[in-house]
Design a binder for this molecule. Structure first.
Ligand SMILES: *Cc1c(COP(=O)(O)O)cnc(C)c1O
Length: 491
């Protein structure tokens, strides 16, 4: 007897499916509501690791069992960034409305490469909203991407294309070998690693990225930048782009944006801003002056999955002259030709003409929903509060005798417990042990870094759930852990 025709992937019993799905929504809400009462993080047990070592499942498992495993083995062991005292690697804390948005985007199932449908309009609208936050003109264009790394890559690609076009070079046809003289890109020594990857993947090589020293505030030194550009011109390089960082990942330092904008105008260079951390501070009424100048950028990378707490992933690349973005990526093959009516109608270009992806998910919906629900002003107030909390943390730590790296950048505090009689390596070990101990207790998460050659712990507060009381709780726990360690014979 032949096999019966396989069923579709839709539920066989819609009511049973609904019951399981509703139960999962309840689980998700309970999980989020109880975040503060559970440990921020805990080590996974062997049973959990075993589940994820299982081979490809060939036969069915009841959906209810699959969902129970998600609850017991996945939701139970998160990275921790949704917790109010997660201030470790720089990221957002997500939100349930955004999660519903991601779910509904999947239900909607539209492919955002192009086409005449509602999701396309939402994608356009969210890009316009982000451009409005950044103060970009109506002629700007942008594209939603996976995150800041890709948003920066897009910026570098458009800058490289514009550099070539200005010299009559058809970069898309002839490739980087046609680039002469070689373009040089400048960023601060504190710039994010994604810029090096961009230089590498775009065929310019790491050598094309010149790191400019920073001053005591860890922001780019303008004199050093001017000197480097002049030196490079004499040596036969073609200065092409300055990457300014609005909020560095190490310390929250903000490069001198208006000064760099002015220098780029004077020198005829592309002005790219890595605003993955700081660009959204433009929403914060009491601190937006700190990032004044981003609106002058030729291209800007920003990261709504950081300070707008969109569930991962959501980044955005904006380009002031929208046609420059199109000229870099637009390519409409026969199989994607438009029409005047029907599904392929309606727009001058497809969304895939603005970037690298063909198939694109409906990333915009999660942000569209939460921005509408709360209003942009609320997000601005939350950003203001995080910046205040960083200052509060710095003061509390100093009052307790902990060394804080000054000045404190945007929302990142770097600090270390000084132990008399310990050398640098032993002090690093001491501070790291305290840091890891707090993670293992599930109490709070900070990370560590090196500034001016010295090791520091680092708290990056970009979390809508952090209350001021969490700052005090952390300082108390940190001091307690440090005292305990100082007294322990192994310490
Ligand atoms: C986070 C970050 C990036 C990378 O963004 P992802 O979203 O992690 O890809 C780039 N630059 C800076 C300054 C960042 O903080």
């Amino acid at each position: 007897m032949p096999d019966p025709a396989p069923a579709s992937l839709d539920p066989e019993d819609w009511d049973a499916f609904a019951a399981t799905a509703h139960r999962m929504v309840d689980t998700a809400i309970r999980h989020t509501r109880g975040l503060r009462d559970r440990p921020l993080w805990r080590e996974m047990p062997a049973a959990t690791r075993r589940l994820f070592a299982a081979p490809l499942p060939l036969v069915p498992t009841p959906l209810a069992t699959v969902c129970d495993d998600v609850r017991d083995h996945i939701l139970a062991y998160p990275l921790g960034n949704a917790h109010p005292r997660y201030w470790m690697w720089f990221m957002g804390a997500s939100n349930l409305t955004g999660a519903i948005g991601d779910f509904l985007a999947a239900v909607n199932a539209s492919n955002l490469h192009g086409g005449n449908h509602a999701a396309r309009l939402v994608d356009d609208q969210v890009v316009r909203w982000l451009a409005e936050i950044a103060g970009f003109p109506a002629t700007a264009a942008g594209t939603l991407v996976s995150g800041g790394s890709v948003a920066n890559l897009i910026g570098h690609a458009v800058a490289r294309h514009a550099f070539a076009a200005a010299r009559g070079i058809d970069l898309r046809q002839d490739g980087v070998v046609a680039l002469a003289p070689r373009p040089r890109v400048y960023c601060s020594a504190q710039a994010h690693g994604c810029h090096q990857k961009a230089a590498e993947v775009l065929g310019l090589g790491n050598v094309s990225l010149r790191r400019i020293p920073t001053g005591p505030d860890l922001a780019m030194d303008m004199d050093a930048l001017g000197t480097a550009i002049a030196e490079d011109r004499r040596a036969g390089w073609a200065p092409a782009t300055v990457v300014a960082t609005a909020g560095t990942v190490n310390s929250g330092a903000i490069d001198p944006l208006p000064g760099i904008a002015e220098l780029c105008r004077r020198e005829g260079l592309w002005f790219h801003v890595d605003g993955c951390i700081g660009a959204l501070a433009a929403l914060a009424p009491r601190h937006r002056h700190l990032v004044a100048g981003i609106e002058a950028a030729d291209s800007l990378a920003l990261d709504p999955h950081k300070w707008l707490h969109a569930p991962f992933e959501l980044g955005c690349a904006l380009v002031r002259d929208g046609t420059a973005l199109l000229r870099t990526f637009s390519l409409t093959p026969e199989y994607l030709k438009g029409a005047t009516r029907g599904i392929a109608a309606g727009t001058a270009h497809h969304l895939c003409d603005l970037g690298l992806q063909t198939t694109r998910g409906f990333r915009a919906l999660k942000l569209w929903m939460s921005l509408r629900e709360h209003g942009a002003n609320h997000f601005g107030a939350l950003i203001d509060r995080n910046i205040d909390q960083a200052r509060l943390l710095a003061c509390r730590l100093e009052a307790a005798g902990v060394e804080v790296h000054r000045p404190v950048g945007l929302n990142i505090v770097c600090f270390r417990h000084r132990v008399p009689g310990l050398d640098a390596a032993a002090m690093q070990q001491f501070n790291r042990e305290v840091m890891i101990g707090l993670q293992e207790e599930g109490l709070a998460a900070v990370s560590d870094t090196v500034l001016d050659g010295r090791h520091y712990l680092r708290a990056a507060i970009a979390n809508h759930r952090t209350a001021d009381a969490d700052i005090d709780l952390f300082v108390d726990a940190f001091l307690r852990a440090a005292r305990r360690r100082a007294l322990s014979p192994a310490g």
